[in-house]
Write a protein that binds this ligand. Structure first.
Ligand code: RAM
Length: 869
């Protein structure tokens, strides 16, 4: 081994005043959340001006609205900074609290107290009645006025709906959310939102209201005739539930809530549905309908309904919000003569068009992800989704947008407007999705790979609209479990995903069938699809474990434990005494490389029982690991034995002595290697076969289940060169093929568009499907070399894998402990590595040298290494 040229340890140079500090306070993994019930958890990120420093103690104080401390931990000797649970006196409902924390470092130096952060508690008793306006195509407005006679200390509003709603107070929208109350398995779990409206309330007459639309609850979800399937949801009419709790300065409280006194009418939204889009008539809009001066005489009475409150829970993930606005790039006139605006980016949200039209002028906006081979507007892949906005003008200046649906598009086609009337500066697109904190970045010396990373991140933006979806544009947009399973690790790198997945996983458990099978989509639309499918159902085990490892809070394992077990028990039951799970129909390695008229056997079809057995063993191991974390020793032993038996049966049935699998596909070898199916001494044999399978094709042939792991499997077997070859392959099939075709998101198929830009009309072709974007995990974890070595990154492993002709790679991640990064460069044979390790963590660093890796143990701070390789 060649000697290292130099190893430098640099202390993080921070301003002298900073010393020990604490910031990024979170309650239940969200910053300043509303709707807390039960005992919340507190997390923070510490920092220090010294390297190799850690937290030795913390102190938390929680204050009520009058600034009185209601909980003070005192100085607690602990290095824990993730999810410290409140254990003071029960928190009051409908109350704003503040909290702060200070910490001590390893030398006993105290930080200052952090800035105070707020959280607002949820509701314990609903006094509101469900109110039901008449069910027509037109969106109802609902309102009532009330008088505030005394000085107000706080006012907290709670809203939810069957359908989607926008809340208003005194003429302005409350909060910034779109698509509230979000998409859940509604009968089990309907979220309500909590809004602090203290500042919006005024002395005297106030008007509270809401506008309702169908949303997920009342739109057709799925691609078949709705009569053929049973919607998840009991009620067939829209309904609103709202309650405002006003606390006066004199200590008294008053409740304003939905009841028979509310009045309803219709407004400008003539129609709205998830797949169809929205129609808005400016002339029908009732301006100022939610203000005190408005005359609501003639508005209809509402009925009330006894829907109960049993399924109501506070929203515990991020609301859907506008995250950014993208300007219109270009106005095109297509060969067909269509007026098309290009936003330069396939995105999800809605257009915004500032326009003053003539009365009655109707502008129709259609949405498309791509243009066809002739440059014409292409919507065949939206299938039955109309995905159209219609805006009917009056003569006033308007900012047209939709509020109760979303589209997946890069292009919009405008009809009902002349080319001369279009001003590009007046047209933009709002990108709307769950407001998850950006936490990761990856850059490297290859612009195509950087574009791939950008496409992965846009895939996340587009498919995290309250639930993780397969795609955002066609008549689907469903919470496909398989897609979520393969992408989850990549997601955790790019955005703070703890609350988002934790919320969705609750529905995974709710929708699970009585026999333990996990449904293909969550929330489930019964009759549309099935359950218990390999790789899809394993979302129930893989995602909780992924979230635990990324965020270090075992709560998600606790929440999901029964569900995880039930899925594994189902497989074990079906396998019986043979320990071979090989029954049932499955999606298999969905969308793998497929050749027409395949006389030479080139299509890459993996024998499904091989996939089943690997996933069965892996999920059993995950349950064993979860049991261990949760202190359930009996279960841990039982499930690790089950996993061992499943692996034994695999080796006996599907592997030859030479390391051939009965299914000689890339995916088969990948899943066998990734899920540790064979004894250590056989791994090199399988690795050889995998290499042969890659070389004989010269490209990737994997579908959903193999693609997410192939690069990781190759790296684990010491074949970075092969992994890079696959990554950098620019032809079909491969990650960079769509990039060379100008893709700005990840495609559903390796060949969603052919090299001549023709688009196969195969009934299923989305240009924004994040599944194949699961390579993102390998880019930061292995290529750049930054990963967790213990739950929540308490211990970090930095082990870069230079290669592929790259000059540099850099991955940065805001871990639960703060920023970690790995930045390597390669110039000639000189390798440098700059690493940043956050306060309160340690790391093992593996520096590549000519003879292998050299290992270092470091503490927090910035570290520089170089070597010859
Ligand atoms: C398609 C979905 C999804 C996939 C299923 C099996 O309809 O888009 O990506 O998981 O099929």
């Amino acid at each position: 081994m060649k000697k290292l040229l130099a190893i430098l340890l640099l202390a993080a140079a921070m301003p002298a005043a900073a010393k020990v500090d604490v910031a990024s306070l979170k309650v239940n993994h969200l910053s300043e959340p509303s709707g807390i019930t039960g005992a919340p958890t507190f997390s923070w990120i510490g920092s220090s001006d010294r390297s190799s420093d850690s937290q030795s103690a913390y102190e938390i104080k929680v204050y009520d609205i009058d600034g009185r401390a209601v909980w003070n931990t005192g100085k607690v000797l602990s290095d824990n900074s993730i999810a410290v649970r409140y254990d003071g006196a029960a928190l009051k409902p409908a109350t704003r609290y503040t909290w702060q924390v200070r910490i001590w470092d390893s030398a006993g130096r105290a930080s200052r107290w952090s800035a105070k952060q707020t959280f607002v508690t949820g509701l314990d008793t609903w006094k509101a009645q469900w109110i039901v306006p008449e069910m027509t195509e037109e969106s109802p407005l609902l309102r009532r006025d009330f008088t505030v006679k005394k000085p107000v200390k706080s006012a907290i509003a709670y809203f939810t709906a069957h359908g989607v709603y926008e809340p208003f107070l005194n003429g302005a929208k409350i909060g910034e959310a779109y698509m509230a109350p979000g998409y859940t398995s509604y009968d089990h779990h309907l979220m309500y939102q909590t809004y602090d409206i203290t500042a919006q309330l005024r002395r005297g007459v106030n008007v509270v209201g809401a506008e309702l639309a169908r949303g997920w609850y009342l739109s057709m979800m799925g691609w078949t005739d709705p009569a053929q399937y049973r919607s998840n949801f009991r009620q067939k009419e829209w309904a609103l539930l709202a309650q405002i709790v006003i606390t006066y300065k004199d200590g008294t409280q008053e409740v304003v809530a939905t009841d028979a006194d509310w009045r309803t009418s219709t407004g400008g939204v003539l129609h709205s549905a998830i797949y169809d889009g929205e129609t808005f008539d400016a002339a029908r809009e009732k301006a100022l309908w939610c203000t005190a001066g408005f005359d609501a005489t003639g508005w209809a009475a509402v009925s009330t309904a006894d829907y109960g409150y049993d399924n109501l829970v506070p929203q515990d993930n991020e609301q859907v919000k506008t995250e950014q606005t993208v300007a219109a790039k270009e106005l095109l006139v297509t060969p067909k003569g269509e007026l098309v605006i290009d936003f330069g980016q396939n995105l999800v949200g809605s257009e915004v068009i500032a326009f003053t039209g003539k009365p009655g002028q109707k502008i129709t906006v259609s949405h498309a992800e791509v243009l066809d081979e002739n440059g014409n507007f292409y919507t065949i892949n939206l299938r039955s989704a109309k995905a159209q906005s219609n805006y009917i003008c009056d003569r006033t200046p308007r900012r047209f947008t939709t509020r109760f649906t979303f589209y997946g598009f890069r292009y919009i086609k405008l009809e009902g407007i002349a080319k001369e009337e279009i001003n590009l500066d007046d047209i933009s697109a709002q990108v709307r999705f769950s407001d998850m904190e950006p936490t990761g970045s990856f850059v490297c010396s290859d612009p195509l790979v950087n574009q791939l990373q950008s496409n992965i991140q846009w895939g996340l933006r587009g498919n995290f609209v309250d639930v993780p979806t397969d795609c955002p544009q066609r008549d689907e947009r469903l919470g496909w479990t398989g897609d979520a399973e393969v992408f989850a690790r990549t997601a955790t790198f790019n955005r703070g995903s703890c609350a988002f997945y934790s919320k969705w996983l609750k529905d995974v458990a709710f929708d699970q069938l009585p026999d333990g099978q996990v449904t293909d989509i969550v929330p489930m639309v019964h009759g549309l699809v099935g359950a218990g499918h390999v790789g899809w159902a394993d979302a129930a085990t893989i995602i909780p474990w992924t979230i635990y490892m990324a965020y270090g809070d075992s709560q998600v394992l606790e929440n999901q434990y029964e569900s995880m077990k039930r899925w594994v028990d189902f497989m074990a039951g079906a396998a019986g005494d043979s320990y071979l799970w090989n029954t049932g129909w499955h999606y298999g390695d969905w969308l793998a490389f497929d050749v027409d008229n395949d006389v030479a056997g080139k299509s890459s079809v993996t024998y499904v029982p091989v996939l089943q057995q690997c996933h069965f063993a892996n999920s059993a191991s995950i349950v064993a690991n979860a049991a261990e974390v949760l202190g359930k020793a009996g279960d841990a032993a039982y499930y690790s034995n089950l996993a061992a038996k499943a692996r034994e049966a695999f080796c006996k049935t599907y592997v030859t002595a030479d390391g051939f699998l009965v299914s000689h596909t890339q995916t088969a070898y990948v899943v066998a290697l990734i899920y540790d199916m064979v004894p250590e001494d056989m791994r090199p044999l399988l690795a050889e076969k995998l290499k042969e399978r890659v070389e004989s094709y010269g490209h990737i042939t994997t579908g959903f289940l193999g693609t997410s792991h192939i690069s990781n499997a190759l790296t684990a077997c010491g074949m970075d060169d092969v992994a890079y070859k696959l990554l950098l392959h620019k032809g079909y099939p491969g990650w960079l093929y769509p990039v060379t075709m100008g893709a700005t998101t990840i495609w559903e198929r390796w060949n969603s568009m052919m090299p001549d830009r023709t688009i196969p009309d195969n009934g299923m072709n989305s240009f924004n499907h994040y599944s194949y974007g699961a390579i993102g995990d390998w880019l930061y974890r292995e290529a750049a070399g930054l990963k967790e070595a213990a739950p929540g990154f308490k211990k970090i492993c930095v082990k870069p894998h230079p290669g592929g002709g790259f000059n540099f790679m850099k991955a940065e991640e805001i871990t639960p402990f703060g920023k970690a990064s790995s930045y390597w460069t390669l110039t000639g044979n000189i390798f440098t590595l700059d690493v940043e390790i956050p306060f309160n963590t340690t790391a093992e660093i593996y520096v590549p040298t000519a003879g292998g890796y050299e290992r270092h143990e470091v503490g927090s701070g910035k570290h520089h290494f170089s070597s010859e390789i």
